[in-house]
Design a protein around this ligand. Structure first.
Ligand code: FNR
Length: 328
């Protein structure tokens, strides 16, 4: 096998890999929610448009943050962004992006970040993201420097060099945070005027702690099943997190969401938006921006059809009465 082909295999293993069978379980648990439509509710006029933390979207779907798009396309995140924006969805740019935020050119957008042990290191990066058009920060709290649980890890030699310098000081040259508390959320929320959304919540108490500390939103996520082997899935915990947050801030969800039916399930269970990880990266590799846009446009059309069949007009009209946990 040539060196290049081996590299491609490694990149795809990195994308698809996870902790044991959690990625597959994520998908299965969404499918365990059956849709129960209302059929005698008159003609519908479906409108999917939604605002998420200041982003005006054609549908409540965002591309989840994921590192190193240069692995899948020479234009990296700029290519992804073109496809995402063309479809009317939102972009969450990873702190580990191949390109610096200002070269992705998709303002407004949401900027994900990690914190180092030295918290202050991130502040110049926050300013850079704000200048590039970030309207909210997404603080990821579920990735810690513990021995990796996931079966596959990209070899250091495969990691594409980030093409920007802030990365050297805020990520590569720093000691990753060993853990997070509500004080970190409060600190970041005070240190910047941008809203802070906390990503990586699986327990209702953590969601409440994040909101009490000043979070402007939470993302129910198990990182696509890439962190904790044996992890509970987001399809199982979303309803209890939504109940605990009680409408104080938006609740978003990702991990294992694959089609419009899954999006409906998540929205009906109380999510305000749904984030897609691997499907966007697969499309990016398969056909660049055009394939990303085609994937998301198809999702939008399917979603509109599903809402009509369920008997509702808008994503906000979806409610838990339209889904039922299947009996095994
Ligand atoms: C990720 N994810 C991620 N999350 C984050 O906050 N910062 C990051 O840099 C990355 N990087 C990353 C790389 C790759 C290759 C993948 C697949 C995922 C997690 C991502 O944001 C999201 O939580 C999951 O991908 C959602 O699950 P699905 O849709 O991939 O099942």
């Amino acid at each position: 096998m040539s060196e290049q082909r081996e590299g491609q295999r490694d990149a795809s293993d990195y994308r698809e890999g996870g902790a044991g069978d959690v990625p597959a379980e994520n998908e299965r648990q969404w499918q365990a929610w059956a849709l129960q439509p209302r059929t005698l509710v008159g003609p519908r006029a479906v409108d999917l448009t939604t605002t998420v933390h200041g982003l005006e979207l054609a549908l409540p779907v965002l591309a989840a943050p994921s590192a190193w798009h240069g692995l899948w396309h020479p234009e990296a995140e700029a290519e992804t962004a073109r496809g995402v924006v063309a479809s009317g969805c939102g972009l969450v740019l990873s702190h580990g992006s191949t390109l610096p935020p200002e070269e992705v050119a998709t303002a407004p957008y949401l900027q994900q970040l990690y914190l180092s042990e030295d918290r202050e290191l991130v502040l110049p990066f926050v300013e850079r993201a704000r200048a590039a058009g970030a309207v909210a920060l997404v603080l990821t709290v579920d990735q810690l420097p513990v021995p990796r649980q996931q079966a596959f890890r990209l070899a250091a030699s495969e990691v594409p060099a980030p093409r920007w310098s802030a990365y050297d000081t805020t990520l590569a040259g720093s000691v990753p945070a060993r853990g997070f508390g509500p004080e970190d959320v409060a600190w970041l929320a005070t240190a910047t005027s941008l809203p802070v959304v906390v990503k990586g919540v699986l327990h209702p108490d953590d969601a409440v702690a994040a909101v009490d500390a000043g979070a402007a939103g939470v993302v129910v996520s198990n990182h696509g099943g890439r962190q904790l082997a044996g992890s509970i899935t987001t399809a199982e915990v979303l309803p209890e997190v939504v109940a605990a947050v009680a409408g104080r801030v938006p609740v978003h969800v990702d991990s294992g969401i694959r089609d419009a039916t899954d999006v409906v399930r998540a929205l009906a269970l109380g999510a305000d938006s749904v984030w897609l990880g691997r499907p966007v990266l697969r499309a990016l590799e398969a056909g660049g921006a055009d394939a990303v846009a085609a994937l998301l446009r198809e999702l939008r059309d399917d979603l509109a059809g599903l809402l009509a069949l369920l008997g509702v007009d808008t994503p906000a009209d979806l409610h838990p009465g339209l889904v039922r946990r299947r009996v095994a």
